[in-house]
Design a protein around this ligand. Structure first.
Ligand SMILES: [Zn+2]
Length: 350
């Protein structure tokens, strides 16, 4: 992860809280042998559940019956797993495993998945006038406020190279995918704006926990400071070389780093960018040398190089520039270009 997001608290987290409260109350009532009744809902949630009768009330009723149909032992195991695994940060850090679809009987899982998917799609993102939105606010408002709070960059913090589309509203990614971990589908801590490439080309519905190392970067972890990127060239001649990249978490989070590389196809994307950008970045450097020398013929190549490295590192907020500095460093150290330039200038001086 290139940079963490700041978490923006918002009323719509209440939908997650109400659903967790429903699940807890349901488990209690089923164990007491009680039939489904309105008091399974939090008093503040009941009018909303009734207003969205098909999408909330009736679905919860079906969940209740499907859960009650399980045997007592399995119910207790499941209820315990749910109550102990709702902290997204603890899940990301590998301290607790999220409730996986394989832990839930299939008919119940499908029902829960459909319910939470619809809560996200139709209740949170639904019509402005929906009962929930009236009380707790629209996700669009959250999106706007989220970007006001995270205004330092519009680049996607997961790849650092493509812009998050803030014009086309509400491009949230379910970090723990809702098709496998539906219970996190309306949890604010699991909804993160990403670029389309990260979301739709690479991550898609990958099982980010079981498919990877079991640990992933928590997107709101303010202690994260980024990743060191070092490119290597297999051959000193640009046209003949293959690029590779070494990536290192600055906090030493190697498992999180491996998951991140796998989830977002980072190495492949970065190497492809370095290859495409190498001629461009060298061209800009040559131009810089030319103009710097016109202003001050006494400047050495190394002095110009140092200034140029600082300049391109500061240009991180436009497309792909985060990779320009490491690309340039590799060109200086591993290609013949800098040496050739140095020699040609020595020759000119003579
Ligand atoms: Zn991205």
């Amino acid at each position: 992860m290139i940079a963490p997001y700041k978490l923006h608290r918002h009323g719509y987290q209440m939908l997650h809280c109400f659903m967790m409260s429903f699940l807890k109350k349901m488990a209690e009532m089923v164990e007491q042998g009680k039939p489904f009744q309105e008091k399974v809902f939090h008093p503040d949630f009941l009018p909303i559940a009734l207003a969205h009768k098909t999408k909330i009330y009736k679905r919860c009723e079906r969940i209740y019956h499907a859960y009650a149909a399980m045997n007592e032992h399995d119910r207790k195991v499941l209820a315990d797993r749910v109550s102990k695994s709702m902290d997204v940060e603890a899940v990301c850090k590998g301290n607790v495993m999220p409730v996986h679809k394989k832990e839930v009987p299939q008919p119940l899982f499908e029902l829960v998945k459909k319910t939470f998917e619809d809560l996200y799609k139709d209740i949170l993102r639904g019509r402005e006038a929906s009962a929930f939105v009236k009380n707790y606010g629209h996700i669009r408002k959250h999106f706007e406020e989220f970007f006001t709070k995270n205004n330092s960059s519009t680049l996607c913090p997961f790849c650092g190279v493509s812009p998050v589309n803030t014009e086309e509203m509400m491009e949230y990614d379910h970090y723990l995918p809702k098709s496998i971990y539906p219970l996190y589908a309306v949890n604010l801590k699991n909804l993160v704006p990403t670029c389309k490439v990260c979301n739709q080309t690479y991550k898609k519905a990958k099982d980010v926990i079981k498919g990877a190392s079991g640990r992933i970067f928590y997107p709101f972890d303010q202690t994260l400071t980024g990743v060191d990127i070092v490119f290597h060239m297999s051959h000193p001649v640009l046209e003949l070389c293959q690029w590779t990249v070494d990536l290192k978490s600055r906090e030493g989070l190697s498992q999180e780093l491996e998951s991140w590389k796998w989830i977002y196809g980072i190495e492949k994307r970065y190497v492809s960018q370095a290859k495409d950008n190498s001629s461009k970045v060298w061209g800009i450097f040559m131009e810089t040398v030319h103009y710097a020398r016109l202003e001050n013929p006494e400047l050495t190549l190394d002095q110009i190089k140092s200034v140029f490295q600082i300049t391109i590192r500061a240009m991180q907020h436009s497309d792909y520039n985060m990779l320009l500095k490491p690309t340039f460093d590799a060109l200086c150290q591993e290609s013949h270009l800098l040496q050739a330039l140095r020699e040609s200038q020595e020759y000119t001086k003579v």
